[in-house]
Design a protein around this ligand. Structure first.
Ligand code: ADP
Length: 492
């Protein structure tokens, strides 16, 4: 590895760290075949942090060949050994957490404390799958006395993960953890907006001792590198997190190539239902705290809040006060509670939605402006009384713009909450246990939060109803997405 292939980055603490800029293929950081690089930008000031090698179809081919070669040996590695490697990898993440978190904040813009939390949370995901690696087993069945049958849960072999930019560390480990536990080899393509921490994790996987070609990392763009992965006839399974548009495209591409298995975690427009008997302080603080977390660049953001009419004014006041208390600024600065939007494209997209909200008749209660300066900062924004069919009420914004509407009855609000093509998450705020359970049953979403929000843990499956996705991540259920069942039938 030559020094030219690493870039030295100065962290806000003054500490310097080196990051590989190459692609991790077959255990080595290498230049892309075409030699092209692309810049990754610090959204807090618009300045280039580093130039990163850009993978193309030819690099995808190389990675797939290395993966195939690695799988020949890897498929015989015991689950316990895979678990040991994942555990070691998790320990290395924890040990390097401060550097990983600082780079994540530089590249993505989320608060440093939040990046630190997600670094450790991502290590926990790896550790959870380390524990499951040697607990994958099938069943035995006797159909008649003449035949003995058993099932094996076998890996797909060469797999890929395409991940987005909002939670790069979580997305990386939510794909790699179960892929490795299930016995696969995996190629990860990071988002072109946030390539840096994926490269650090690649280096740590190497340090943990994963054999060459088992975990590979490609930086690159969707239509080139991502498309080449989706098209590749020798990749058997692909897991994607990102927009519905791209998810559909990957599914179509799979249908036109080799019918690779596809799991998708897509967007949402998640409704939070606040009933009149709810603890309003809790509801307002939890919803404001979790909605604006990471600038609402969160697929499960509670972007549609429905409040029962009798408490609507009180709730809106408390929610708005909590939102107003948010201090926007450098994600490294003391006292700041919201950083910049990830990049200029997303920034302009969010501002367009705010304009649409103003034009479509919603009442602007708070914010609604960009903040002057070099970075991509937007005020926490609240609209109320928003027309149900308007853009900001129906489309995923991925920015700090929330809609607060009112309702009269449980039946009515359940229907309105479900009146969306999405189904990723939903939530209920109430002190009435019967109502909490009833409404949770009636809401059409993969995750329902009761008197809380955004609590995502490795043990509990996560994924979407309706157009929010296919398959589940996390929990034991994710292993079903990374293994296939073989039935062996023995004549006795
Ligand atoms: P966003 O618009 O939020 O960036 P995308 O769905 O476009 O969401 O991006 C999520 C991930 O999908 C990124 O890694 C991106 O590079 C990748 N991607 C985008 N287009 C394609 C495509 N046509 N094929 C495969 N991957 C893609």
């Amino acid at each position: 590895m030559t020094f030219e292939d690493q870039v030295e980055v100065t962290l806000p603490t003054g500490e310097k760290t080196k990051i590989h800029t190459g692609l991790l293929i077959n255990g080595q950081f290498v230049k892309s075949k075409n030699g092209k690089k692309f810049p990754t930008v610090n959204p807090a000031n618009g300045q280039v942090i580093a130039e990163i090698y850009e993978a193309d179809k030819a690099d995808v081919d190389d990675a797939v060949q290395a993966a195939k070669a690695a799988y020949k040996t890897w498929r015989h590695v015991d689950g316990a050994e895979r678990g040991k490697l994942l555990s070691k990898f998790a320990d290395l993440m924890d040990a390097n957490a401060k550097t990983i978190a600082a780079i994540e904040t530089l590249d993505q813009g989320k608060l440093y404390g939040i990046s630190l939390f997600h670094t450790h949370a991502s290590a926990s995901t790896l550790r959870y799958y380390a524990g499951l690696s040697d607990k994958i087993h099938g069943k035995t069945m006797m159909d008649t006395n003449k035949f003995f049958n058993y099932t094996r849960h076998e890996p797909y072999g060469v797999t890929a993960g395409i991940i987005p930019w909002n939670y790069p560390l979580d997305m990386w480990t939510m794909k790699v953890g179960p892929a490795i536990a299930g016995g696969n080899v995996i190629i990860i393509k990071t988002s072109e907006k946030t390539p840096l921490t994926g490269l650090i994790l690649g280096a740590l996987a190497k340090e943990a001792g994963f054999p060459d070609g088992v975990i590979q990392v490609l930086s690159g763009f969707g239509p080139t590198c991502g498309q080449a992965l989706a098209e590749h006839p020798e990749i058997s399974k692909i897991a994607f997190t990102g927009s519905g548009r791209t998810g559909r495209r990957i599914l179509e591409t799979s249908a036109k190539s080799n019918l690779k298995k596809v799991s998708l975690e897509l967007g949402g427009k998640s409704p939070a239902l606040v009933f009149e008997d709810a603890d309003l302080d809790l509801a307002a603080n939890v919803l404001a705290g979790t909605f604006y977390y990471n600038n609402a660049q969160t697929c499960v953001a509670s972007s549609r809040i429905y409040v029962q009419k009798s408490v609507a004014d009180a709730f809106t006041q408390k929610f708005t006060a909590a939102a107003q208390a948010i201090k926007v600024g450098s994600p490294f600065a003391e006292g700041v509670t919201q950083g910049p939007i990830v990049d200029d494209l997303q920034f302009n997209q969010v501002l367009k939605y705010i304009d649409a909200g103003k034009q479509e008749g919603g009442k602007l209660v708070l914010g609604g402006n960009k903040i002057a300066g070099d970075g991509y900062f937007i005020e926490p924004t609240v609209f109320s009384n928003v027309p149900e069919t308007s853009k900001i009420m129906t489309e995923e914004i991925f920015g700090p713009v929330v809609c607060v509407n009112t309702f009269e009855t449980e039946e009515e609000v359940t229907e309105r909450a479900n009146n969306t093509t999405y189904g990723l998450a939903a939530g209920v705020f109430t002190k009435d246990l019967n109502r909490a359970v009833r409404v949770s049953s009636n809401l059409e979403a993969g995750t329902i939060w009761v008197n809380q929000w955004l609590n995502i843990t490795p043990q509990v499956p996560f994924g979407g109803y309706k157009e929010s996705g296919i398959g589940r991540e996390l929990g034991e259920d994710a292993l079903k997405e990374w293994t296939q069942i073989k039935s062996v039938k023995i004549a006795m």
